[in-house]
Design a protein around this ligand. Sequence first.
Ligand code: ZN
Length: 188
Amino acid sequence: MNAVLNFANLSNYINNYPPYDQDLAFSFENISHLQVALESAYGPRSGRGLAQRVGRASFKYGLREFGPELGLTDLAFRLLPLPAKLRAGIDAFAALFNNSTDQRVRLEWDEKNIYWSIERCPLCWGRRHQEAAAMTQASTPCCHLAVGLLQEALYWLSVGRYFEVEEEKCIACGDSTCTIVINQTPMS
Ligand SMILES: [Zn+2]
């Protein structure tokens, strides 16, 4: 943790984590620097895996904090059939980001997929410019933490099933949104 904070030029946070509140004081720039730092410290491949794991772990804390308020832990919700539960759950998660943070999520659905499009994304915030300056422009989508968070959300909503979740567009690659495509049919 300390090494990653150092890599991200955030050593002022070592043993001095931000307060646990909803003041939005921890900037998107810091969040993005942490993602780059994971890749610098562990290499792109392992860094990506770690960011996904961070996303999966974050879900648990988010659920504890916001689950009751969103109605996601009610028995009535838990008993909905899977498609209705996915729809209501994903809608509620997107609304949580839109209402409680500066991240903006737009949802689209078709027969097969759910499209989770982040229009203002903390994970790759400013990254295109940063990397262009370093001549290492991100060539593949890099918001792995969001992929992990959604994987865990789907696992929880479906009571233990795995879904295909992939980031297909990314602002850091020059796209207008970071779009994560979720196949609505579980793999197992
Ligand atoms: Zn992004």
